[in-house]
Write a protein that binds this ligand. Structure first.
Ligand code: SAM
Length: 280
């Protein structure tokens, strides 16, 4: 490991495509997104239904429920965004009050709740267990990652927790001379990444259903992660022990407390992504 030195680099803009998730929000989802989403709903509900209650008491004019649900959803979406939730949470937040109202109004069969619950568990498998939620690397960040890959052929790249497989799939197209491996344990995400890999036909990609903690990082030249603050200290220790000299650890957004990155690459995207780079 080189002595700690840090400078901030700007990601090259060439070969950038349109941002796919302009609103992925700041790194610092130090709190769980589900908790933030719920907090935004509760606050929005108190605000809207509390105000409606007061207005109705004063004017004796009952506000239509549909109007309240629209306002509640809108406020919850904006509050969630303000609290740091990614853009893709906004439609979920906006629709949530309607879903709750529909579930209370209509006789929704109980198996529907079970199916929705199981679906959420299969996607957000690692949120409760490992403190790692789901958000995806955007297109500009993938382009910045491409510029970090070794110039020589036959290098190996790993994405620890590959989600839907976006980074490995797109990098494997840019660099057919390298080998790309994604590890994932959320069953639904693994399945989707695996299917995308099959459909892409890329011969230089593997999607492996495996906990990355059980993997030896020593065989990779570049290890990428986009996780959360929770696993970073232990992950850095694992990387320090296992990664070979000269290899590169890249953490999207999340620092390692007490171990400043050797370099920080700033990506010119809506969420001001920072790639923290440690050269082993
Ligand atoms: C924030 S997402 C990033 C997804 C993808 N790397 C990307 O950047 O688009 C983190 C992913 O890591 C997965 N994950 C978390 N802990 C894991 C573990 N111990 N082993 C494998 N995957 C894990 C989660 O299920 C989630 O899909």
């Amino acid at each position: 490991m080189q002595a700690a030195r840090c400078c901030i680099l700007k990601a090259p803009m060439a070969a950038l495509e349109m941002p796919e998730s302009a609103g992925q929000r700041a790194a610092a989802h130090k709190r769980m997104p589900l908790v933030l989403a719920l907090a935004a709903q509760v606050l929005g509900g108190i605000l809207v239904f509390g105000t409606a209650f007061v207005i109705t008491r004063i004017t004796a004019w009952p506000l239509p429920l549909i109007t309240l649900l629209v306002i509640h959803g809108g406020i919850a979406a904006l509050l969630g965004r303000r609290m740091g939730l990614a853009n893709w949470w906004m439609p979920i937040q906006a629709a949530f009050p309607f879903c709750v109202a529909a579930a209370l109004t209509w006789q929704v069969p109980s198996w529907v709740y079970l199916v929705v619950f199981v679906g959420l568990v299969l996607v957000f498998w690692n949120s409760a267990r490992g403190g790692v939620p789901l958000y995806l690397t955007n297109t500009r960040t993938k382009a910045a990652l491409a510029a970090l890959l070794p110039k020589e052929a036959n290098f190996r790249f790993a994405d620890l927790g590959c989600g839907l497989g976006g980074p490995v799939l797109s990098l494997s197209r840019v660099r057919p001379d390298g080998y790309f491996t994604g590890f994932e344990t959320a069953p639904a995400l693994f399945l989707m990444a695996w299917l995308r890999r099959r459909l892409s036909g890329g011969a230089n990609i593997e999607i492996i259903f495996s906990d990355f903690w059980s993997q030896n990082l020593g065989e990779f030249d570049v290890v990428y992660c986009f996780l959360s603050p929770v696993p970073m200290p232990a992950l850095f220790e694992k990387a320090r022990l296992q990664m070979k000299p000269g290899s590169l650890l890249v953490s999207n957004s999340f620092e390692v407390p007490g171990t400043p990155a050797d370099d920080i690459l700033e990506v010119d995207d809506a969420r001001n992504t920072k790639l923290h780079l440690w050269r082993m």
